[in-house]
Write a protein that binds this ligand. Structure first.
Ligand code: PLP
Length: 375
């Protein structure tokens, strides 16, 4: 272990007995979601997007589960994520780095056999030169900006590319990203499709990719040769206007660390933001915003289908619940209540917090015991 590494325990060393909360990740559900997306895609190949440590759920575990389903193509955001994934998966799968390569980091990408997503003419030049120096063509994905204005070569940049711009690279994918794929009737999707079609023709002939999770549900015209779903694999609804076609993947349960009786008139938690209007029974759970639990992500936890409202503010390491709906003595120290799961989905929590499921998942912190099931 290096000096710089924090000395705090990490999830993989936190036992179930010692943990304050338990995050269960259903790898079988991720595999089923992958199969559902593949079925939707017909014969089109399907990659797995495992950036940000597999949307917070463990890139190594998620990717291994997808490899078992025949997935041979992955996307991460950072070079360092790609290096770690290469170590975990071995030489076979193609690993793409969405954010491109920071200048000077090309040798690290070559060493790990990563495919950078080239987002500018400057990045293309650097990668092509690295290839010429190495004496071989280096694999690259070229991203064009078809109308999201975030990442990718601008149309003018594509139009201005010199004939020898690709001298040191082997273009294995041409891609773009949709800004409004979750709004199936929005005209922006069609406009991006047309622009992607136009720009693609100016680039070396290669397999193309446009769909993220929601894009897969936009129909066959958007599918091209490779889809890049992330969120839907993890159970987030890719069709927000309709019922969720995916299986839920995560369950978050927190431990009760104390129970008490609260008298009428007592102030509860910071700021006494809750005042007991009558006597109640309360339980304090070991989960707070330091665990990546958004302070506004819910107003209740659940136990065997019974709603247990939060009382007072969410603290750094704890939340107080009103457990009066349960018989006295039913909940004890060490028992678990559900924060995410069958009673409260990731999308429910996101809606409550005014955010998106992606943020709920990627925020979940390192203090949980992580349990992987149905491997
Ligand atoms: C994150 C990302 C994806 C995956 O998007 P989801 O909405 O999670 O399916 C695909 N492509 C690019 C370029 C991305 O940044």
């Amino acid at each position: 272990m290096t000096e710089a590494k924090a000395s705090l325990p990490q999830s993989d060393t936190i036992t179930e007995a010692a943990a304050g909360a338990i995050l269960t990740i259903d790898l079988g559900a991720i595999q089923e979601n992958y199969r559902r997306l593949k079925a939707k895609l017909g014969g089109v190949r399907c990659a797995g997007v495992v950036k940000a440590d597999g949307y917070g759920l463990g890139a190594r575990q998620v990717a291994a589960a997808l490899v078992a389903e025949g997935c041979d193509s992955f996307f991460v955001a950072h070079l360092t994520e790609g290096v770690a994934l290469r170590e975990a998966l071995g030489p076979q799968p193609q690993i793409h780095v969405l954010n491109g390569l920071p200048p000077g980091s090309e040798p690290e990408a070559i060493a790990a056999d990563l495919v950078p997503v080239i987002n500018s003419a400057g990045q293309l030049k650097a990668w092509s030169e690295a290839g010429q120096k190495a004496g071989r063509k280096l694999k690259a994905a070229i991203q064009v900006d078809s109308g999201m204005s975030r990442l990718g070569m601008a149309p003018a940049e594509v139009e201005a590319l010199a004939a020898d711009a690709f001298a040191g690279v082997d273009v294995v994918l041409v891609m773009s990203h949709l800004a409004r794929a979750d709004e199936p009737t929005n005209a922006a999707n069609d406009a991006q499709l047309k622009e992607f079609e136009r720009l693609r023709k100016m680039l070396p002939k290669a397999p193309a990719s446009l769909d993220n999770s929601s894009g897969i549900f936009l129909g066959p015209r958007y599918r091209y040769d490779l889809a890049r779903p992330g969120a839907a694999l993890y159970g987030i609804n890719p069709t927000p206007d309709e019922a969720n076609p995916m299986l839920p993947v995560v369950r978050l349960e927190a431990k009760i660390i104390q129970t008490r009786s609260i008298e009428k008139g007592a102030g509860v938690g910071y700021g006494h933001a809750f005042l007991a209007s009558g006597p109640l029974r309360a339980a304090t759970i070991s989960l707070g915003y330091a665990d990546g639990w958004h302070r506004r992500a819910a107003s209740a936890a659940w136990f065997e289908g019974v709603r247990l409202p939060f009382v007072g503010r969410v603290s750094m390491d704890s939340i107080i619940l009103d457990i009066s709906a349960l018989p006295a003595g039913r909940l004890r120290e060490g028992d678990l209540v559900e924060l995410l799961g069958p009673s409260q989905s990731v999308d429910d929590a996101a809606g409550h917090a005014g955010t998106i499921g992606y943020e709920i998942l990627t925020s979940l912190g390192p203090r949980f015991h992580r349990r992987y099931i149905n491997e």
